[in-house]
Design a binder for this molecule. Structure first.
Ligand code: ATP
Length: 354
């Protein structure tokens, strides 16, 4: 079977379970991004793929062969780390060519591959410098170049952009995506930055406590989160959650506002739920208008083309995104929830109610 296939991977460190029944597949050319909060097992999963960490159970297959027990060198995988891991005394050319030289590749072939990679990464003019003579972004380019030159079946990226400033992160993100497209290999990219995850992924894998909470194309995960955790983790600014209880097909907020959601019908009246609404699915209205809650402006952040307004309400804090050209809200205003955009989650389990 072509592509990458992880089946039922388990891993513990002593009594600590770090990966629990992790399975996913990726076709050639697929960009997989693993995202999740600190400590959820992302790096351990990547290290298991690279062969740097043995798994307790499960199977990893790549490009038609089982690699679960192969050494890192035998897996045809290249890894790019957060801290570059370049040889400080070697030039860029030597750093990029190192792996090829070790594998006794012919000199002319090494030169050709280095030139090709340097061209793609626009760093032909840097080939004779040492890492200490490069900026952070340039060092990370070299690290990517060193991975590319080997023409691996799988690229692994462990938070490669987290040491870079925002502008450079964005540039390199675009570059990584472009290179990935050119090479048509599989990439697995780990980050705790959900914005980065959304922007790079063909398949987004959201992890929590060593398990996959949800995976799928990023927009599907964003629009149809399976759990309250995913809904709160994916999307910036984060989704608002308002506690409510079920009454027939309606959610009743603590203010008495009723929101009609047909899916609630399958729950017993009185069930405690959270209503989730994205900050851009709220609208301003007159104070006291029908179907609204009262919002008191807490903090306003101007973000350029949009403005983020944080309100205090009787249902808890609520944030809303407004076009910056719109008028700023009064200190007290009505807030209308666009009910078509509301999600409902069981408070007990976090599961979405569809
Ligand atoms: P971060 O985003 O902070 O890097 P992560 O999602 O990559 O976190 P991991 O580094 O995979 O998480 O760690 C998962 C869990 O496993 C953590 O609780 C961590 O403390 C534990 N852990 C990782 N490596 C080891 C180890 N060698 N020995 C014992 N525990 C470990």
């Amino acid at each position: 079977m072509q592509g990458l296939h992880l089946s039922n991977i388990h891993k513990s460190f002593g009594a600590t379970r770090v990966l629990e029944d992790v399975s996913f597949s990726a076709d050639p050319g697929c960009f997989v991004v693993i995202v999740g909060p600190s400590g959820c097992g992302k790096t351990t999963l990547l290290r298991a793929l690279a062969g740097l960490e043995a798994v307790d159970a499960g199977e990893i297959a790549l490009a038609g062969r089982t690699i679960t027990d192969l050494s890192p060198a035998a897996r045809n995988i290249a890894m790019v780390f957060q801290n570059y891991a370049l040889y400080p005394t070697k030039t860029v050319r030597q750093n990029i060519g190192f792996g090829l030289r070790q594998r006794k590749t012919a000199r002319a072939e090494i030169d050709r591959r280095i030139a090709e990679v340097a061209n793609t990464l626009q760093m032909a003019h840097l080939l004779d410098r040492r890492p200490s003579q490069l900026s952070g972004g340039q060092r990370q380019r070299v690290a990517i170049g060193r991975a590319m030159v080997r023409d691996p079946a799988l690229f692994l990226f462990d938070e490669p952009l987290s040491n870079l400033d925002a502008a450079l992160r964005n540039d390199l993100r675009i570059e990584i995506k472009r290179i990935h497209r050119q090479m048509e290999t599989i990439s697995v990219f780990v980050t705790h930055d959900q914005l980065e995850a959304m922007s790079l992924a063909d398949i987004l894998v959201v992890m929590r406590d060593g398990r996959i909470e949800q995976m799928g194309p990023p927009y599907d995960v964003f629009r149809n989160p399976a759990t309250r955790f995913v809904a709160g983790f994916i999307g910036t600014p984060a989704m608002n959650f308002l506690p409510a209880r079920v009454d027939g097909a309606e959610a009743v907020l603590s203010t008495g506002l009723r929101i009609r959601l047909p899916a609630l019908q399958r729950l017993a009246s009185g069930t405690l739920i959270d209503i989730g609404i994205r900050p851009d699915d709220l609208a301003l209205c007159d104070k006291g208008a029908d179907n609204s809650i009262l919002g008191r402006v807490d903090v306003i952040q101007e973000l350029g083309t949009t403005r983020l307004v944080s309100f205090l309400t009787d249902c808890g804090p609520v944030s809303m995104v407004q076009p910056a050209a719109d008028q700023r809200p009064e200190s007290e205003t009505g807030l209308r929830l666009i009910s078509d955009s509301c999600k409902a989650f069981l408070q007990e389990t976090g599961e979405v109610i569809n």
